[in-house]
Design a binder for this molecule. Structure first.
Ligand code: FBP
Length: 335
């Protein structure tokens, strides 16, 4: 590590210096989230060597068969955060109700919602997975109820995700742009490597699970058909397609080279307007995408303006390069 390199801790402390009411609690909270992700990075990296691959033969609140690592990473997050005195409570993709802070620990002024292992269908095939988190303020001294978590994405004070891929990376926003940090495994420090990430407004790359095509609404069918039609079609240019089945990897690609990601409204089951969850997948990614100059919508509404109605609420998710998302929204308005 050269002495020019800026560590995450230094970066956050310098950002906090500008805030009159900064008490260090936020820096402590973020530091504990990062410590948990370093532990997760190690587990994911060791994989079969430590017997953590495969299913856990149990289901989470979403009715999904849990991977062993879904449970292990959830426990790592909870244990790294519950003692710190910075949290009033937590919520996780893997746990039905809000997670209370044990009585022996002081409560704090923040709430954290997280997806401990995003893209878990990829874990056994050694593909990129990640951890996604969203931080909200909490009224101090209260025992937060579910209602206290159901806040619009516009109220987030911080959002981030960690990628466990060829390198382990953290992507973060506190509302002043988006920055990327790479984990120096030798030193164990996240180093600032991607400053002020910006998404190109135009793109020729889309990501969608094509196997769901028969369940899409007409506006999405029209958009994808036009992309696939290429330069002979109404768009007059060729498009490329990607699908990693890992939201963190899709968003990181879009932050680096643009593109549009769609997990749209699905006519299969009206009770499930989409697959992805608002509170710990769509909202944190929307905050990051918008801070990097992109857009994030259901096709009809801005994700960050949605009033949540449950911790595990699912929503249609369309995000990425501004001009492509605007076109998809326009197709919904014309429908
Ligand atoms: P979880 O793994 O946290 O449940 O996340 C859902 C997810 O894996 C996203 O990361 C990804 O974008 C999507 O589901 C993939 O869906 P599909 O299996 O339909 O391709």
């Amino acid at each position: 590590m050269s002495n020019q390199q800026v560590t995450l801790t230094q970066f956050i402390i310098e950002q906090q210096r500008g805030l009159p009411d900064a008490s260090g609690t936020f820096t402590l909270l973020l530091n504990n989230i990062v410590t948990a992700c370093k532990q997760i990075s190690h587990r994911v990296n060791c994989g079969a060597l430590i017997g953590v691959l495969g299913s856990a033969e149990s289901e989470n609140v979403q009715g999904e068969v849990q991977k062993k690592l879904d449970i292990i990473t959830n426990d790592i997050m909870v244990k790294a955060l519950d003692w710190s005195g910075s949290l009033g409570g937590m919520a996780s993709e893997e746990i039905n109700d809000p997670i209370k802070i044990p009585k022996q620990y002081p409560k704090g002024k923040y709430l954290v919602l997280f997806d401990p292992l995003d893209g878990s269908s990829n874990i056994d095939i050694n593909m990129t997975v990640g951890t996604i988190f969203s931080i909200l303020r909490c009224r101090e001294g209260i025992e937060p109820e579910t209602e206290d978590f159901l806040r619009r994405g516009t109220e987030q004070v911080c959002a981030g995700f960690v990628l466990y891929g060829p390198s382990t990376m953290l992507v973060l926003t506190t509302g002043n742009g988006v920055n990327g940090f790479t984990l120096d495994q030798d030193v164990g420090e996240f180093i600032l490597t991607h400053c002020n990430m910006k998404i190109p407004e135009d793109s020729s790359e889309f990501a969608i699970n094509m196997s769901n095509q028969r369940f899409w609404e007409p506006p999405v069918k029209r958009y994808i058909d036009e992309c696939v039609a290429g330069e002979d079609g109404p768009r007059g240019k060729n498009f490329n397609m990607r699908w990693v089945a890992s939201l963190v990897a899709e968003v990181y690609r879009i932050l680096n080279r643009g593109g549009v990601f769609l997990y749209p409204h699905d006519l299969r089951d009206p009770s499930k307007p989409g697959k992805l969850r608002l509170m710990y997948e769509a909202n944190p990614m929307a905050f990051i995408i918008e801070q990097a100059g992109g857009l994030c919508s259901t096709g009809r509404e801005r994700i960050l303006d949605l009033k949540p109605n449950s911790i595990h609420q699912r929503v249609p998710l369309i995000l990425g390069s501004k001009n492509e998302v605007e076109r998809i929204i326009a197709y919904h308005q014309q429908d």
